[in-house]
Design a protein around this ligand. Structure first.
Ligand code: GAR
Length: 243
């Protein structure tokens, strides 16, 4: 029997991409299985989808961690292996020259949340981590611990725009408001920047003058559900061929 890719997944919401990946694993379009689904938000529909498919789930409640730290920054228990200067030098999410307190708050709260994620994730020994509508940026603290083989990418993301256009949290909205006549989605590996990592695949669609933002989102999502499983399968084939 062929080796199957061990895939971890992180979500924040409805999980329609997660569902497409679950279905593609079940019908053999991906040589792999999802071994867990983690969420930064409790009670989202994507967690229900995972549970229905018999997949282990967990939540690391980012909002609560950030709120508690706002009330008392000293309450944060930083990971033992967190080196603030190292992470600050590597990170490309907040511009150098930004308010030092803001960078400190961001990197420290994220390190606490990311350590919790890592504690959940590490026992599963995954080959690939897929972000499927995970609406949090990841810092070098987390990325370096998942990409533990230097130069090998193990974290994949789907973004709702044709990168490098419109990075950020509202790809379809930004595409639509700009008046673009073509929209699309991109699957890429995660690096230290926001939506800047190497591109694995892209798919485009026409935006007609009559299209609303909702239609643009529907057209885009329908392509995401094809593109993401195809890119994961490309990764699985490449990995399996090395074994
Ligand atoms: C998708 O459109 C995905 O591209 C986007 O969130 C949506 C999640 O939908 N991701 C991002 O914007 C990441 N920055 P889903 O939960 O139904 O898969």
């Amino acid at each position: 029997m062929k080796k199957k890719l061990r895939i971890g997944s992180l979500i924040s919401g409805g999980g329609t991409n997660l569902q497409a990946i679950i279905d593609s694993c079940a019908n053999g379009k991906i040589y792999g299985e999802i071994v867990f689904t983690g969420s930064d938000t409790p009670d989202v529909k994507g967690l229900e989808r995972a549970q229905k498919a018999g997949i282990d789930t967990f939540v690391v409640d980012y909002k609560k961690i950030i709120q508690d730290a706002k009330e008392n920054l000293n309450s944060l228990v930083l990971p033992n292996d967190f080196n603030f200067d190292d992470i600050k030098a590597k990170q490309q999410l907040i511009k150098n020259g930004a308010d030092g307190k803001k960078i400190e708050f961001f990197l420290k709260t994220r390190a606490v949340a990311e350590r919790m994620l890592l504690d959940k994730i590490e026992p599963y020994k995954i080959d690939l981590l897929v972000l499927a509508g995970f609406m949090r940026t990841l810092t070098p603290y987390f990325i370096d611990r998942v990409n533990w083989v230097k130069g090998e990418h193990k974290i994949m993301n789907i973004h709702p725009a044709l990168l490098p256009a419109f990075p950020g949290t509202d790809g379809y909205g930004d595409t639509f408001r700009y008046g673009c006549k073509v929209g699309g989605c991109t699957v890429h590996f995660i690096d230290y920047g926001e939506d800047t990592g190497p591109i694995i695949g892209q798919r485009a669609f026409q935006i007609e003058d009559k299209d609303t933002l909702d239609i643009v989102k529907q057209k885009g999502l329908a392509l995401e559900w094809q593109l993401y499983p195809e890119c994961i399968q490309k990764f699985a084939k490449a990995l399996i061929s090395k074994l």
